[in-house]
Design a protein around this ligand. Structure first.
Ligand SMILES: C[S@@+](CC[C@H](N)C(=O)[O-])C[C@H]1O[C@@H](n2cnc3c(N)ncnc32)[C@H](O)[C@@H]1O
Length: 282
């Protein structure tokens, strides 16, 4: 399957204690008619448009083992002093408040979430929260392969692995680090331990990887991979330029030309991604 993702739509919980007041919701997750009948939800999750936000993202750390040009400066970011970071207990306590109010999906992200030494314990404790249906993680996959079996045991139910290119030299250029092979290993490891689909996040940038869009779609033919094309977004200092942005319509044109059997799937009205299935025979 292939997904086009234009924006995120969840609650965000920063890794810094100071960021607690910056939890916010950017778009809708569910409409009130979809409210679970058996499990009442708190008004806290309802916005003024009657939309219910049941999806919480938790940024576990600002540290990352890559330096993707579109995401982080080469020298990294200034690190928050340890005592200002949320401890494992604080994360679990806060998550518990959200879940007991009706949040049923949590995504762990960062920085790079697998860098946290207590990542397995965090997964174990979060996955045990009563009412939580999905515990997901977005990771760059650099150290994921060896951690996956344990993370799965600890209740991690879904993984998104970021990979913007299938060409090792381009990976090194964009991430300013080596590791392409390890990311591919992690994607295969995720498939082997039974994640289905394994979601692959690909930020599309003109002149860098727009020529690989169809190669990524091709990957979905043989493997249970759901490729998610993401628009390149402007961040402070990431040298965003409208010329580097490949719009959705253009991505779709390119894919349809090569895969005429592409079919749009029925999305939920509150989905942030447009879903497609490729049934073109090889
Ligand atoms: C910030 S990363 C954090 C999680 C993890 N380190 C990873 O690489 O997946 C989360 C996702 O945001 C995407 N991302 C980062 N900067 C972006 C940008 N400027 N535009 C679009 N997506 C971006 C990454 O490609 C990744 O898929």
């Amino acid at each position: 399957m292939m997904r086009y993702v234009s924006k995120v739509s969840e609650w965000h919980l920063g890794f810094r204690k100071l960021n607690l007041c910056s939890m916010y919701a950017t778009s809708c997750a569910k409409f009130s008619e979809d409210l679970p009948k058996d499990n009442p939800v708190s008004d806290m999750l309802l916005d003024s448009f009657g939309r219910l936000h049941t999806y919480l993202r938790i940024s576990l750390t600002e540290r990352c083992n890559l330096r993707c040009q579109y995401c982080m400066p080469a020298e990294g970011v200034e690190l928050t002093p340890g005592p200002q970071l949320l401890s494992q207990n604080e994360i679990v306590r806060l998550a518990n408040l959200f879940v007991s109010s009706g949040v049923d999906k949590i995504r762990l992200t960062g920085g790079e979430p697998t860098i946290r030494k207590d990542i397995e314990d965090i997964c174990l404790q979060l996955s045990n929260l009563k009412g939580l249906k999905t515990l997901a993680m977005t990771t760059n996959g650099i150290t994921l392969a060896r951690k996956l079996p344990k993370l799965k045991e600890c209740g991690l139910s879904s993984v998104n692995i970021s990979l913007d290119t299938l060409v090792p030299a381009k990976f090194e250029f964009m991430t300013r680090r080596k590791g392409h092979e390890r990311v591919l290993e992690s994607i295969n490891a995720a498939i082997n331990v039974g994640y289905n689909p394994v979601k692959v996040n690909c930020v599309v940038m003109r002149g860098f990887n727009d020529d690989e869009i169809c190669d990524f779609v091709e990957l979905t033919r043989e493997k249970p991979i759901n490729i998610r094309f993401i628009e390149f977004m402007p961040f402070d200092g990431n040298v965003w330029n409208v010329k580097k942005l490949v719009p959705y319509s253009e991505m779709l044109d390119r894919v349809v030309k090569r895969f005429p059997g592409l079919k749009r799937l029925q999305d939920h009205p509150t989905d942030t991604a447009k879903n497609f299935k490729n049934s073109t025979s090889s």
